[in-house]
Design a protein around this ligand. Sequence first.
Ligand SMILES: [Zn+2]
Length: 249
Amino acid sequence: MCLISSSKLLVHQHSTDSGHNVGFTSVDAGNMSLTVLEQHHTAEDTRNNRRALESALGIDPGTTRFVSQTHSAIVQSSGDRGWGQVDTLGEGDAIISEDGRDPIAILVADCLPIAFTTNYGPTAIAHAGRVGLLDGIIQNTVRYLRSLDTQGAGTISATIGPGICGKCYEVPEHMRDQAAQDHPAIFSQTTWGSAALDLPAAAEAILQEQDVEVRHVNECTFTNERLFSHRRAPGIGRLAGVVLPTHKA
Ligand SMILES: [Zn+2]
């Protein structure tokens, strides 16, 4: 089955040479979180949104894997059950599908979703906010992917999805300066002149250090109203970054 047109539900979608689709949902797809719920919205609304997305993407409803995200540096394996059977794989901020066959997802609203594919099979998706990025969630995900490369010659590609950009992510000056000690690329300034963090630039620098090919979606959640943003509209919902196998005709 071919990918059904899902342009309204996704702000970005591309297929990879590895036989996967990488996508990031829009507000039109609705809230993807079971725990961040706008008033009058229920977890059942989220389940309906998830099933509609999965149907549009050509995967079996309830098979996508999610984790309980805590801004940690913990990477979980995708296991054998999707959210239709277990809400979560457990605490973690990245998921690896070791054979690349499981649909995997991460939830964000300003933090960065980073999708990984490889030319030797495995896929991954990570949630990198300030805390997780500084604690090594990206490096841990890449390390896990590399450990599955038995030939030792594989390539890893990453897509940095929609998140708050370096011109919008205002933080206290001391926080920026401290973060920039280890990650110079994170140093930024808002359009209105105050201290800011550039998570996409920092993520790119880390990935390049790890010899990972990088692609940017270049969408800012804070300014693009087709995306959920915790800072612009707290508690409304979360978008999903997804990696799933392409269904063959
Ligand atoms: Zn921005």
